[in-house]
Design a protein around this ligand. Structure first.
Ligand SMILES: C[S@@+](CC[C@H](N)C(=O)[O-])C[C@H]1O[C@@H](n2cnc3c(N)ncnc32)[C@H](O)[C@@H]1O
Length: 212
């Protein structure tokens, strides 16, 4: 969706990241595991540096790439949820190997089932939604119950390969997901309890701040 020349230029001027990030990017590329683009990682770094969150919730761990951005740029306790046991194990092993596992909790399961168990138990000041695109609205309704005023929710893939704004035509199979993401974006736009800005970073990021 974004001109490749722009991405290459940004890549040439942004800070360098350590080899472990590049190694994970290669694994994700080789194994076709969708992870955030480095530009989104730098954006998460910026938000973390400004917000200084104490508790982070991530929905969609995959191999732990975005988790590593959160870990390295905060002192927060991080709870991360993944439905795929192999990926969850891969991410857990990575953090163990890096000796960075003392403030991360890995949860295995469907976020729709795991999140209700956090209600009344946990409160987050930063949440990252990056799992099943068709479930975003349901995740958000549950997140409402585990966040307070001032919390930030970052949602990935809000433009979904340009299909949500209509730049690309969705296939018949993807159309229902595209419609759901569009509905989610409109819900954020119309939600008086939150204020949301949309950014053309990677596949599209929405940043929502809780007002009350
Ligand atoms: C886009 S990937 C996450 C990438 C990761 N946040 C990163 O940028 O490094 C989405 C992940 O969400 C997981 N997932 C999909 N549906 C889920 C669900 N209902 N509950 C929890 N995880 C789910 C997938 O298995 C996949 O690994």
């Amino acid at each position: 969706m974004i001109d490749q020349r722009l991405i290459s230029y940004i890549e040439s001027i942004q800070p360098t990241r350590s080899d472990i990030y590049k190694k994970l990017e290669k694994i994700a590329d080789d194994d076709k595991i969708p992870i955030i683009v480095p530009e989104a990682g730098y954006f998460l770094q910026l938000i973390c540096t400004i917000l200084k969150p104490k508790r982070i919730l991530e929905i969609g761990t995959a191999i732990g790439y975005s988790t590593l951005w959160f870990y390295d740029n905060t002192e927060a306790i991080i709870d991360t949820i993944e439905i795929d046991s192999e990926r969850k194990q891969q991410a857990e092993n990575l953090f163990k190997r890096l000796n960075k596992n003392e403030r991360i909790n890995f949860y295995l399961g469907d976020a729709i089932e795991v999140l209700p168990t956090f209600i009344g138990e946990k409160a987050y000041d930063l949440v990252f939604i990056d799992a099943a695109k068709g479930q975003y609205h349901k995740y958000f309704d549950l997140i409402e119950k585990i966040t307070d005023k001032g919390a930030i929710v970052i949602t990935d893939n809000v433009f979904f390969h340009g299909m949500v704004p209509g730049i690309e035509e969705p296939s018949k199979r993807l159309k229902p997901i595209v419609d759901k993401i569009d509905g989610y974006n409109k819900m954020l736009h119309n939600n008086d309890n939150w204020v949301t800005s949309f950014f053309t970073i990677g596949d599209g990021l929405a940043v929502s701040i809780k007002l009350n």
